[in-house]
Write a protein that binds this ligand. Sequence first.
Ligand code: URA
Length: 437
Amino acid sequence: MAMVDLILQKRAGKAHAKEEIDFIIKGLMDGSIEDYQLAAWLMAVCWQGMTLDETAWLTDAMARSGDLLDLSAIGPIVGDKHSTGGVGDKTTLVFVPMLSAAGIPMAKLSGRGLGHTGGTIDKLEAIPGFRCDLTIEQFIKQVKEIGQAIGGQTKELAPADGKIYALRDVTGTVESIPLIAASVMSKKIASGANLIVLDVKCGSGAIMETEERAAQLAATMVEVGKRLKRPVSAVVTDMEQPLGNAVGHTLEVMEAIETLSGRGPSDLKELCLSLGSLALVTAGLTEDDACARRTLTEVLANGQALSKFRDLVAAQGGDPSVIERPEIMPQSKFKIDVKAPGTGDKWIKNLNGRLIAEACKLMGAGREKKGDPINMAVGIVLKGKIGSRIEGGQPVATIHADSEKDAVVAASKFNQAILYSDTPQAVPKVIRARIGA
Ligand code: URA
């Protein structure tokens, strides 16, 4: 078999056999296939696509390129959740303790933020002492003991994805549904959980800009899960605007604690309940969606979910008093309000998530490249979302910055992200579709 023939085959729109896909991933891992050949093949996949069989074989080969975690010692059901990335997405911080409180052991491996989307690990590290660098043994032991753990993704899990992703990033081949599906699912399969829920975002702040493409991606991942014997369900969710009101590490942890306390913004709560009920129904722990929602609403209202979060923070070296004293997390030095222009009633028409993330990045909240330091304290808190009524001259957001200059620059960027209307605007639905269970 020669790589050049496989490139020609894919360029001509023909499907590969399983052995051919295994050959590509093996060659990538042992160095016998050059990066430029792989890049050419990735571009051919981008143009010609892949069948579901090919996508499942690619996922499987990528998952088997490194360690495959065996979580069977934890119990018959082990849950995991994945989001394709968005702005203000602190769902994992609520979802993991909430599901654990509802009886599903949660073994979640998360990543750091890169580009305009934030990473769960970075957010959790705003809590003094919190550590995600658990060994696999510590990770499994913790899930067995307290029903949950959030660890950092290691290089040993699906290393083929790391290599392919680095190439896709610089060759214009990120936006391919089979390549994204194989990238996400290979890491999920290698992570070992057998109850997987996926949150596929769509909109201006997401990798999939349209609902149609997000639904296609979700359906592809659900099918791949089926073929590889891991039940997967997915929701397609709105990322036209940030999730919740807070964007920035400390601010997002505070909002997650609010939500775990039964309060919190309605869109974040709705997303957590939808994903959570999908997991409970798929696991067969509750009869139907309504029953699952009742269970989850109860663990949020009666303090069990919050108590699970306290256990999680304490088990991973963090200071659990953060729940009563969020001010122990890094705090910004300056706060300024951005006000709606003019006078009289206005409605928010648009809140571009990507531009809001860029405003936060300008203040130091994001990184350009791996390993860059980030500022935990800075960010933006919205006082309204799309459809909210705001009076001209009243605050529409608060900028948390470390210098007055940064605050002014971020405020100006924020003003590019927001559009107003003189007429009432519909509130967008956070859940666009459910696929799978
Ligand atoms: N997230 C991933 O893990 N991989 C992709 O290709 C895109 C988003």
